[in-house]
Design a protein around this ligand. Structure first.
Ligand SMILES: [Fe+2]
Length: 469
């Protein structure tokens, strides 16, 4: 995006989204930050996201929407918790206090309210608030993206799709960044199993901007969900130069690339990709809060692969986020890392903390997922039992909640890890009923994703163990 096209005060007013500041510089830096958030970039030519935020706050320290986008990025990044991080708590209070003393627009007031709600852990209400903004302001890209990301965290696939479909007609091809809105729509279509439509929309978005990492990501998912491994590998290989510069998402696309190799049974190739392109993000930049999903190790271990010291390195990062408890999706991955590295102290602390949080979740939606018999409580215990080889217990814990697993958020491809845990446990269980369940789950998997080499390997394994198929 050219610096000249960044919107000043009047430009924001002209599109019906006036910003309460008299600083043109602050408005432009708000736009530059929004641009980088939506395009998953950290554009050095603009000063990067951090650089833009600093300059924006300097240009107008009282710019409420400036505080909104700054705090919003931290909240949606899930790497900082206002419950633990006093500085972050203070930042949120500054935003709320400023909002009370200024004659803001209704749109701005709703943005502040949405973040206050999100900070309390009430993600469903925050997402509703962003959607409320979109009823009157369908071009509000900050609301679009924050709602989209929140629905992703909530596993609310239909809402993720419909939130975009409602506003899409207002985005003409001439509206800046319209292809990125299409990219978000394609992801909603993908997660609601409209694979062909998702592919079509993502490719339309890529025709406008081939560097659009989110649309690349949709395409990678479609091939993953259809077990179309060769098409997927060909696509990521051929387009690598387009998306590898996508600072915030490229490593996740490499993770998808590694998934194709795991699907094919080419484990060394998967680990090489992980080591070269994913690990540095986890170890050096410590983005474990947001990127716990990159962990490929449990999938590899279930396939009988030795992942060597990777868990030990990973747990050093996840340990720093042990007390965050922002998303149960993250916590479950942190638990996998403590189990994988045999860090009993961290495992015990995590389980104990989850138990405590479940006693009084208040309006924190994520904490409500760990009440007795709830999805996260069952999954966390199932992971512990799986690690101990108590496969009967794993099946007993996971089978009743398998259709609720989507509530922990993430994508179908990410949550497939839990499907695999259940299948492996059912195969290895001594109970006949569990062995029959394994057969049923594998038939179901084969129908959904025909010709999956991974499913075929599991079927062979089940057959060898129990002569099931
Ligand atoms: Fe993904």
């Amino acid at each position: 995006m050219a610096a000249t096209s960044l919107r000043d005060c009047k430009a924001w007013q002209d599109v019906g989204m006036a910003l309460s500041t008299t600083s043109n510089e602050a408005c432009k830096l708000f736009d530059a930050t929004l641009y980088q958030y939506v395009t998953w970039t950290n554009d050095k030519t603009m000063g990067g996201i951090e650089g833009c935020l600093q300059k924006m706050k300097a240009a107008d320290p009282n710019f409420v929407m400036g505080h909104v986008i700054s705090n919003g990025l931290d909240l949606i990044g899930t790497g900082r918790s206002p419950l633990l991080d006093k500085e972050f708590e203070r930042d949120l209070k500054v935003m709320s206090d400023l909002a009370k003393t200024q004659p803001l627009t209704e749109r701005e007031k709703l943005h502040v309210a949405a973040l206050e709600t999100f900070a309390k852990g009430n993600l469903p209400k925050a997402a509703d608030t962003w959607d409320l903004i979109l009823q009157d302001h369908p071009l509000d890209l900050l609301a679009i993206k924050l709602a989209h990301d929140s629905y992703f965290y909530l596993g609310q696939k239909t809402q993720m799709r419909d939130s975009i479909s409602r506003i899409l007609p207002y985005w003409t091809p001439n509206t800046p960044l319209s292809s990125y809105v299409k990219g978000m729509y394609s992801f909603g279509l993908l997660e609601t199993n409209f694979y062909d439509q998702a592919l079509k929309v993502a490719k339309e978005a890529l025709a406008t901007d081939q560097k659009d990492c989110w649309s690349v990501h949709t395409v990678a998912h479609v091939y993953e969900m259809k077990a179309d491994v060769e098409e997927g590998l060909s696509f990521v290989k051929q387009t690598e130069n387009n998306w590898k510069g996508g600072d915030m998402l490229a490593c996740h696309v490499y993770w998808h690339w590694a998934l194709y190799f795991i699907e094919k049974g080419e484990y060394e190739a998967a680990m090489t990709l992980y080591d070269e392109y994913c690990a540095h993000v986890l170890y050096e930049r410590e983005h474990a809060g947001r990127r716990g999903q990159f962990i490929s190790a449990p999938r590899l271990q279930m396939e009988g692969v030795d992942v060597d010291k990777r868990w030990d390195k990973l747990v050093q990062v996840t340990k720093k986020h042990r007390d965050d408890h922002i998303l149960m999706f993250n916590d479950l991955h942190f638990l996998m890392s403590s189990l994988g590295s045999k860090d009993r102290e961290m495992t015990t602390q995590l389980l104990q903390a989850l138990k405590e949080l479940s006693k009084s979740p208040g309006e924190n939606y994520q904490h409500s997922l760990i009440r007795d018999s709830s999805v996260s409580r069952s999954l966390s215990q199932a992971l512990v039992e799986f690690d101990s080889g108590n496969y009967d217990k794993v099946v007993e814990l996971m089978q009743p909640i398998r259709y609720q697993i989507l509530h922990i958020g993430g994508s179908d491809a990410q949550r497939d890890l839990f499907n695999q845990v259940l299948i492996h446990a059912a195969i290895n269980s001594n109970k006949k009923s569990h062995q029959n369940l394994a057969r049923s789950l594998l038939i179901e998997r084969d129908v959904l994703r025909p010709n999956s080499p991974l499913t075929q390997r599991l079927m062979r394994k089940a057959s060898a163990v129990h002569t099931l198929v």
